[in-house]
Design a protein around this ligand. Structure first.
Ligand SMILES: Nc1ncnc2c1ncn2[C@@H]1O[C@H](COP(=O)(O)OP(=O)(O)OP(=O)(O)O)[C@@H](O)[C@H]1O
Length: 766
């Protein structure tokens, strides 16, 4: 039995009390003789209700002979003694005549005061007699043999009508029943929903198990519950105007899509079991329905998809029940971790996957593993959002400095653009090929965007390393986070346009971007800016320039400084390019990227060092710099020699070539390079520590000698430069890579910076 707006359906049984009151109120209409004392009425009614409850179940239902309703039965069927609709007297207002095999109930027309009648589960062919009962509010004629209910059209006060389980093939015109709020027409043969246009109070409409093909005829009605399960509906139509709709049942139809519910913001319950929904994108359509709490999708093809439940819970975070089972907190967390893992979780997962596949393969010594335990293989990675120009920057750099760098080509499953060449821009491969690379453990990291996969193989790095070159790659943040978990210690340069406007313009100029994808990329760009703010020091350097040419100029300058060879730019420009975003306001977020690059601890540290430097200049002690000056750090050739002679402690040198830059060649630097003569054999700048490059102008100018410092500002500026990137130090008379504590990630890493591998280093013509 269903309860609808306080009504019990179908066939609520209240028969049996008429006997008790039969003598007093023989006939429903004959109530004038009743004592009109209201207290007595109240007592009577209370008593009646008590008896109702007591005797309800015990009453025997005896079939009426010939199916014709007579007064005896009517007496038994009457109940609910109360004030009549006119208010002039008391009468039985309800009659319950269920399951009596009735075929003729014409006698009922004499009971004029009836307000509620239940003649369900009979054999009625027509209910014309009911049209003579003007006060009827509630009619249940379900489970009969009616082919039409047109006779009920003129019952003006009708609020509830249940005509389900009959043989009705068309809906009648209900425009006279203006008070109708519940209409149940289930299990008939209705094809089209009609006749409801004027039912501006209709809140509950059910026409389940019919032959309806289109949802129509319900526009602008205040329907809260619409039940149309088991019909032939193929799409959700004409529900836009049902602004009050809270519950919709469209189970067992032929729906392939859930499109058409965008405007039903109050929808709380949606049942679409047994349809043809195959895609999670259909679930995503429900995202805007923030009140949706109960959803049933049982027996849709969608359920076969992996992680079905988590995928739905992830897409509809407001659901409390899915497929009639409660959504637990655990499931919510699992859904987030599965489908939108925090960037750290996904990169750890990726790394774990690639590592597992990799260790399953035969192991061999790689060119790109360490020269010794203290020298990481030099790798420069340009990081940034889509269309930030990383690819072009990297290609230019490799082209110009081809004796130092080579490009490590990623594999991708995306299709090549017109101007792209396989083997030059990417290794363009099929999805199968890409998956096979993963399974062979060849990939260091992977990244997915727009249904395309990207990944850098260990072979791509090896190809570069075996020829003695440093490697340049470009990738998105997710890829970098995975890469950082490997043994590589890449230097990371965040490159992106300085403003969203320039970024958008770049995409529009390139073409091929939809508005939606531009929005998505810009959002991602913001998340880069945010990541940089929240992880100061993660990126070794930030290059923000609206013009790609400017960005390249900065990048080139930085790299030349790493290499210890100069360009035409002035030292001051070099410094500004080296300091992440120091020389310009970054316009992506409220806080300029640079501001957070140095936290308060670093600032305090810097202050202490400045104080110490001042003290030293004025004749005090300066233990730190004393120590640095006395400790002449070893160059890579020295280290290599030591290792070859067994002093170095690690014998990787036997197997793998030592990447080193003969210092002699620095003499061959172009005349306009900044004072190459000043770079002593120990004083070359290093690639292994990008941060040192930012100090190269310090090392390349003779006036950087601490002896010549003659005012506090100079000191502060120079100590600033020393301190901005802790972990590497220079003496003022030259660049001296000082020992640094091993990084936590890998023993010995970063202890000694290494120059880019230059086997026979010619000087680039810059
Ligand atoms: N192995 C990788 N790991 C992670 N991200 C990668 C990898 N290879 C390429 N990407 C990145 O995937 C994104 C899409 O590649 P695509 O070649 O379309 O870039 P793009 O639009 O030309 O971007 P840009 O102009 O910044 O180079 C780029 O941001 C690119 O850097």
């Amino acid at each position: 039995m269903d309860e609808i707006d306080g009504y019990i359906t179908p066939g609520s049984s209240h028969g049996g009390n008429a006997e008790k009151f039969g003598n007093e109120v023989k006939e429903n209409g004959n109530n004038d003789t009743l004592n009109n004392n209201s207290d007595e009425y109240d007592d009577d009614i209370d008593e009646e209700e008590e008896i109702d409850e007591d005797e309800d179940d015990s009453d025997e239902v005896v079939a009426v002979q010939d199916g014709i309703l007579n007064d005896d039965f009517m007496e038994k069927a009457l109940n609910h003694l109360a004030t009549t609709a006119e208010g002039s007297g008391i009468a039985y207002l309800h009659a319950t005549l269920t399951a009596l095999n009735l075929v003729d109930i014409s006698i009922i027309s004499e009971y004029k005061h009836l307000q509620k009648i239940d003649v369900s589960f009979n054999k009625l062919l027509n209910v014309e007699c009911l049209s003579q009962l003007p006060h009827l509010i509630h009619i249940d004629v379900s489970h009969n043999e009616l082919t039409s209910i047109s006779q009920l059209q003129n019952i003006r006060h009708l609020q509830y009508l249940n005509a389900s389980y009959n043989n009705i093939s068309s809906m009648e015109d209900f425009s006279q029943n203006i008070l109708l709020n519940t209409l149940i027409m289930d299990y008939n043969q209705i094809n089209v929903i009609t006749g409801l246009e004027n039912n501006k109070r209709l809140k509950y409409f059910s026409a389940a198990h019919n032959c309806i093909e289109y949802i129509e005829g319900v526009d602008f009605l205040p329907i809260k519950t619409l039940i149309l399960n088991h019909n032939n509906i193929c799409q959700i139509t004409n529900l836009d105007t049902l602004s009050m709709l809270t519950s919709l049942n469209l189970s067992s139809n032929n729906l392939r899509s859930l499109k058409g519910l965008d405007h039903n913001e109050l929808l709380t319950i949606l049942e679409v079991d047994d349809n043809e929904i195959i895609d999670f994108s259909e679930i995503s359509r429900l995202k805007l329905l923030r009140n949706l709490r109960f959803l049933t999708l049982n027996r849709n093809p969608l359920l076969q998809l992996p992680d079905y439940r988590l995928a739905v819970i992830y897409r509809l975070p407001f659901l409390t029940e899915l497929d009639r089972s409660k959504v637990t907190i655990k499931e919510r967390v699992a859904a987030e971790n599965c489908l939108n893992p925090p960037i750290g979780v996904s990169s750890a997962r990726e790394h774990a996957m690639h590592t597992v596949y990799a260790v399953a393969q035969p192991q061999k010594l790689l060119h790109s593993t360490l020269v010794n335990s203290q020298t990481p293989y030099p790798m420069l990675v340009l990081v940034g959002p889509h269309a930030s120009g990383k690819h072009q920057l990297a290609m230019h750099l490799v082209e110009e400095l081809k004796d130092y760098f080579k490009f490590a080509l990623s594999h991708t499953t995306r299709k090549p653009r017109d101007d792209e060449t396989n083997g030059v821009d990417y290794h363009f491969v099929s999805l199968d090929e890409f998956e096979s690379l993963i399974k062979q453990g060849r990939l260091l990291q992977t990244y997915e965007e727009d249904d395309a996969l990207y990944g850098l193989t260990i072979d791509a790095v090896e190809d570069v390393a075996k020829d003695g070159f440093a490697c340049v790659a470009h990738m998105e943040l997710e890829g970098v986070l995975t890469l950082k978990k490997t043994h590589f210690e890449a230097r990371l340069l965040l490159t992106m346009p300085a403003s969203p406007f320039a970024h958008e313009k770049r995409m529009r100029d390139r073409g091929g971007y939809s508005d939606e994808s531009i929005d998505r990329v810009l959002k991602r760009a913001h998340s880069y800016a945010e990541y940089n703010r929240e992880h100061p020091g993660f990126f070794d350097l930030v290059i923000c320039d609206d013009e790609l040419a400017d960005a390249y100029r900065r990048l080139r300058r930085v790299v030349l400084d790493y290499l210890g060879i100069g360009g035409e730019e002035s030292p001051s420009e070099t410094v500004s390019a080296l300091q992440p975003g120091f020389d310009r306001e970054y316009t992506w977020g409220e806080t300029p990227m640079s501001r957070n690059s140095i936290g308060h601890l670093e600032r305090e540290s810097r202050q202490r060092r400045q104080d110490m430097a001042k003290e030293a200049v004025h004749g005090g002690k300066l233990p730190l710099y004393d120590r640095i000056a006395s400790e002449r750090a070893k160059t890579v050739p020295q280290l290599a020699t030591e290792q070859a002679s067994g002093l170095g402690g690690d014998d990787f040198g036997k197997e793998i070539r030592v990447y080193s830059a003969p210092v002699d060649n620095l003499d061959a630097l172009p005349p306009n390079s900044p004072d190459s003569s000043e770079l002593s054999s120990e004083g070359t700048s290093s690639f292994g520590d990008l941060s040192e490059a930012r100090q190269s102008d310090t090392s390349s100018r003779s006036d950087d000698n601490i002896d010549l410092i003659n005012n506090d500002e100079d000191i502060i500026e120079k100590v600033d430069r020393l301190d901005l990137y802790s972990g590497s130090h220079h003496t003022m008379s030259g660049t001296l890579p000082a020992p640094r504590p091993p990084s936590a990630g890998r023993p010995g890493s970063n202890t000694y910076p290494v120059l880019p591998p230059i086997s026979s280093p010619p000087v680039p013509s810059l």
